[in-house]
Structures are given as C-alpha cells and as structure tokens.
Design a protein around this ligand. Structure first.
Ligand code: HEM
Ligand code: HEM
Length: 248
C-alpha cells in the first residue's frame, strides 16, 4: 500500500477502534441514567449507582470532541492530499491559507467551548465551531454526494458532529432546567444522532469499497471516462455482461 492508501485508512480506523466503542459506552450510561431517574421518581430509590449520570457526562464530553475530531480528519485527508497532488498552493494560495486557518480556528473554538461557563460564550463558541466545520466541508476537494444526500457520508457525519456540539453547549441547561425540557430535547436529538452514527457505519464502509487503491486509480478513472463518453455521466460503472450459457 502507498502512503496515500494508508492515510485514507487513518480516519476509518480511528472511527472503528475509538469512536464507535465510545458511542457504545455513552449509550450504556445514558440508558442507566434514564432508568435510575425513572425508578427514583416512581419508587423513591434505585439500585443503579448515582455515578451513572456523571459518567455519561464525562464520556459524552470525550465523544463530542472525538466526533468533531474525526469529522475534521475525514475532511482534512481528501482536502490536503488533493491540494498536494494538484499543487493548489501555486494557483490558489489564498484558499489554502484560508483552509489552514479554518482548521486552527475550529479546533480553538472547540477548546474554548469546553472552557466556557456562561450560556452566551457557550452559544458563541458552539456556533463558531459549527461554522468552521461547514466552511471546511464546503471545499471543492470534498466529495459530498449531493445528488444522493440521503445516503451521503458527508451530510450524515456533519449532522452528527453538529448534534454533538449542541449537546456540549446545553450541558448546564440540562442540569438547571427543573421542567426537564432541555433533558427531553437532549434525548430526542441524540436518538437522531444515533441513527446518524449507524448511517456513518454503512456509508463509511461503502465509501471504502468505492475508493480504489492508488495503483488501481488510473485504470478505474479511465473506465469512468470511457463510460461517460458513451453513456450518461451518472452511469459510473459499465453494466455487468449477461451471463453466458454453459457449453453443452
Ligand atoms: C449518543 C449520544 C447520546 C445519547 C443517546 C444520550 C442520551 C441521554 C439520555 C437517555 C439521558 C438520560 C435522560 C433522562 O434522565 O431521562 C442523558 C442525560 C444526559 N446527557 Fe446524554 N446522550 C448522548 C450524548 C451526550 C453528550 C455528547 C453529552 C455532553 C457532552 C451528554 C450530556 C448529558 C447530560 C449532562 C445528561 C444528564 C445526566 C444526569 O442526569 O446526571 N450526552 N443523555
Ligand atoms: C462517527 C463516525 C464518523 C464520522 C463523523 C465521519 C465523518 C466523515 C467526514 C465528515 C468525511 C469527509 C467527507 C467525505 O469524504 O465523505 C469522511 C470521509 C470518509 N470516511 Fe468517515 N466518518 C465516520 C466514520 C467512518 C467509518 C466507520 C468509516 C469506514 C469504516 C469511514 C470512512 C470514510 C472514508 C473512506 C472517507 C473518505 C476519505 C477520502 O475521501 O479519502 N468513516 N468521514
């Protein structure tokens, strides 16, 4: 495998060995937290340890950073490898500088979001982190699969990252709100986030199947070009040949 192939594998590998196990742990503690609250409300006590809520929060904070981090990495790999290949610095030095600055500002905003205490600053840094991520994702090097947005790894992943940023921003509100409104909103939004994570597992593995190894790339690209000359460009692969009848 070439260096390019190995760098393509870094993002999926981290998702598989770190982010997805963390999602499992966060969901486990989320379920326990809810069960404990329900049992305490109904019977006045619960056998579930009170530590499950703080443990869910602790791992949830790691999860938010991991999902934003993995989304940044997923964007960085195609952006910088394409820029290096096409020598974009020579043609669009302003855009290259802008993208690097966006990575620095997005990571800084995320760090400041963790440190912010008042709701105003949490709102400001959450918005800045989200905006930075979107501006990075708008770069032409990213394959967004816009025509099939409902099965797009990009849209699904960016939405999950936005929901994680929002979860981080409302932590204090969950605890302060006696009516449990923020708590209910948190549960509803993160159940949607869970569907996005499942979507990421499907679309990510599909994308891995679709990206050829670097030595195969010129041949596969040639196939695409040939097909686009004879058939509508949406038809990317040649239709499979009809099965031959076995010789008598
Ligand atoms: C897969 C993602 C997540 C899911 C499915 C999830 C779900 C839940 C559920 C079911 C509860 C219990 C609600 C209740 O008491 O009725 C909860 C509580 C909570 N969650 Fe999450 N959550 C997720 C991620 C996060 C993240 C990323 C954070 C913070 C960064 C977070 C912060 C909290 C907090 C502070 C509570 C209250 C805990 C307590 O009562 O001590 N959650 N969550
Ligand atoms: C929480 C989980 C994940 C998030 C938030 C996430 C997010 C992203 C984002 C934002 C991109 C850039 C847009 C794109 O090219 O589609 C990307 C690229 C990619 N992701 Fe993920 N991803 C996750 C999990 C996975 C998993 C589990 C796999 C495979 C096993 C995977 C495989 C890929 C591949 C192959 C690319 C394309 C990289 C390239 O073009 O070189 N991702 N991901």
């Amino acid at each position: 495998m070439s260096t390019e192939d190995i760098t393509t594998l870094v993002h999926p590998a981290i998702a598989v060995f770190f982010v997805f196990p963390l999602i499992g742990m966060v969901v486990h503690y989320a379920w326990q937290t809810r069960q404990r609250r329900m049992q305490t409300a109904a019977e006045g006590k619960s056998k579930i340890a009170p530590v499950v809520g703080p443990e869910h929060l602790k791992l949830g904070r790691y999860l938010s950073a991991s999902v934003v981090g993995i989304a940044l990495l997923g964007n960085a790999q195609p952006i910088f490898s394409e820029m290096l290949k096409n020598q974009t610095w020579a043609k669009e030095s302003f855009r290259v500088t802008f993208v690097i600055l966006m990575f620095v500002l997005t990571i800084s905003s995320l760090v400041l979001l963790y440190k912010a205490r008042t709701s105003l600053w949490r709102g400001v840094f959450a918005t800045l982190t989200g905006m930075g991520l979107i501006l990075i994702g708008c770069q032409p090097e990213i394959y967004r699969r816009g025509s099939e947005w409902y099965v797009s790894h990009y849209y699904c992943g960016m939405s999950a990252a936005m929901l994680m940023i929002f979860s981080l921003a409302i932590v204090q509100d969950i605890y302060k709100d006696r009516s449990n409104g923020w708590r209910k909103a948190h549960v509803a939004l993160n159940c949607i986030a869970l569907f996005f994570f499942i979507g990421q597992a499907f679309t990510g593995t599909r994308d891995l199947l679709e990206i050829p190894l670097s030595w195969q790339k010129p041949y596969v690209e040639q196939l695409y070009i040939q097909n686009c000359q004879t058939a509508p460009c949406e038809v990317k692969a040649a239709p499979a040949p009809a099965p031959q009848a076995p010789p008598p």
